[in-house]
Design a protein around this ligand. Structure first.
Ligand SMILES: C[S@@+](CC[C@H](N)C(=O)[O-])C[C@H]1O[C@@H](n2cnc3c(N)ncnc32)[C@H](O)[C@@H]1O
Length: 195
């Protein structure tokens, strides 16, 4: 099963599980530096939990996901148009946004493509714009429930961010949680597109 087929097959269950997550500690790091009228791109938006919140807070929001079913759910939750496309298919060069939000999504990109994917998503990011991403700590590719799931050391992830032409601003770990009985630690990054 491919990554997208996995999410298609369990879109409703994934939506129910993800909508209740308490991510205030991440929002508090990411949002305060944005202008009230900022536009946020949610890259791999899943069920639209964060698109919904950002919209409620008054930000302009655009989002996309490769899963048709999750995009439909995200559209319903957020009231926003949600494009169905992959990271590289998103027409970043035709858009302009102040921030990229890629929570738990870029781990599904094959590691050889991570830098180019971040470069692509940065195309429409304004100079000085913020790029949030989270990745799992670990080594190599760990296929999980049929999805491609890449894991990184902090050094590898920081190198990829630098190679994508972004300047690292903040890095922190999020507390481990159980995922299929395996402890998982997330790395969170806020990078800035140089002015
Ligand atoms: C773990 S979920 C995270 C969803 C959401 N960001 C959240 O935090 O709830 C990963 C998401 O990435 C999407 N995804 C995986 N590969 C993708 C790709 N190549 N292009 C766009 N979206 C992708 C999946 O469909 C899924 O919605």
């Amino acid at each position: 099963m491919s990554t997208v087929n996995y999410y298609e097959s369990c879109a409703r269950e994934y939506a129910d599980a993800s909508m209740g997550a308490n991510l205030d500690h991440v929002y508090q790091r990411f949002l305060p530096a944005l202008k009230p009228e900022a536009t946020i791109l949610d890259a791999g938006c899943g069920a639209g939990r964060d698109m919904k919140l950002f919209t409620q807070l008054g930000f302009k929001v655009m989002g996309f996901d490769k899963s048709v079913e999750l995009a439909k759910i995200a559209c319903h939750h957020s009231g926003q148009t949600v494009h169905v496309c992959s990271f590289m298919e998103f027409p970043a060069q035709q858009k302009r946004y102040d921030a990229v939000w890629a929570m738990a999504s870029l781990l599904h990109v094959p590691r050889a493509e991570l830098v180019d994917t971040m470069k692509h998503l940065s195309t429409g990011l304004v100079p000085g714009g913020r790029f949030y991403l989270s990745l799992k700590v670990g080594e190599g590719c760990r296929p999980t429930r049929g999805t491609i799931e890449e894991r990184y050391s902090p050094e590898e992830a920081k190198e990829a961010i630098a190679s994508a032409g972004l300047g690292l601003s903040e890095f922190w770990y999020t507390g481990a949680r159980q995922d299929n009985l395996e402890p998982v630690t997330w790395m969170n990054f806020i990078a800035i597109k140089p002015a």
